[in-house]
Design a protein around this ligand. Structure first.
Ligand code: GSH
Length: 243
């Protein structure tokens, strides 16, 4: 039986899992969870995950949360090509782990904040985010991108060397999040741009675009909230961001 993947492709970690399964021909049943409608807070989803976040994998009775754990589980279970998660090479594998640990509190946190500040908060509050808050968020993101280029990429085509790995996949989906709001983080960054092009080529444009279609159409957010109202969890999140 194929695994079930609970996903909303507005979410970066969902896109990495979706892309990984697709390009490795791992069969899965797509279970849509509409975050903007608060479906992750519905009773039904609570039976799947008490963490109430996506992605979630369900393989028979086995339920797994956390995108990194899901990616590693799929790589091990399906014996995907070693370059994705190089279990045959201690140092390369550790380099992937290093990036996957780092990104959560760096590229992911800072890229998400810029996405919320530019793409979501002005829509739901009806007012732009104060300039000093916005500038500070963009500065934090810029620092993360610099560390990514200088430390993780250096002069290599991909994070571990000549071949793509889970680090590059997780990196690109996170970096695309602020890009979806019209902030071209690749401009003036030739190393990052060249890496992006290589990653897109390895993934394949069709799957890359399929995964990013909804997020690149971020202008549709006002309609989403107009149609569905503002879910409670979003009100709380907004309050936290401004406190
Ligand atoms: N560390 C988790 C993060 C999962 C996560 O934060 N998912 C977000 C979407 S990107 C979510 O489901 N948010 C719903 C909420 O916070 O209510 C992972 O990598 O899977």
């Amino acid at each position: 039986m194929p695994v079930e993947l609970y996903l909303d492709l507005h979410s970066q970690p969902c896109r990495s899992v979706f892309i990984f399964a697709k390009i490795n021909q791992i069969p899965f049943q797509y279970k849509a969870v509409d975050l903007a409608a608060g479906e992750n807070h519905a009773e039904e989803f609570g039976k799947v995950s008490q963490i109430r976040k996506v992605p979630v994998l369900k393989d028979g009775d086995f339920i797994l949360t956390e995108s990194v754990a899901i990616l590693q589980y799929l790589a091990r279970k399906h014996g995907t090509p070693h370059h994705w998660y190089p279990a045959d090479n201690l140092e390369k594998c550790a380099r992937v782990d290093e990036f996957l640990s780092w990104q959560h509190t760096n590229i992911r946190t800072n890229g998400s904040k810029v996405f919320w500040f530019r793409g979501v908060l002005p829509v739901v509050t009806g007012a732009p985010v104060p300039k000093e808050k916005m500038d500070a968020a963009v500065e934090d993101l810029n620092l993360s991108l610099k560390i990514f280029e200088d430390k993780f990429l250096q002069n290599r085509p991909f994070v571990t060397g000549d071949q793509i790995s889970l680090a590059d996949l997780v990196g690109i989906v996170e970096i695309m999040q602020p890009v979806a709001t019209g902030l071209d983080v690749f401009e003036g960054r030739p190393v990052l741009s060249a890496w992006r092009d290589r990653v897109k080529k390895e993934i394949g444009l069709e799957v890359f675009d399929e995964a990013h279609k909804v997020i690149m159409n971020v202008d549709s957010l006002p309609q989403i909230f107009e149609n569905k109202g503002l879910p409670e969890f979003l009100k709380m999140k907004i309050q936290k961001m401004f406190n």
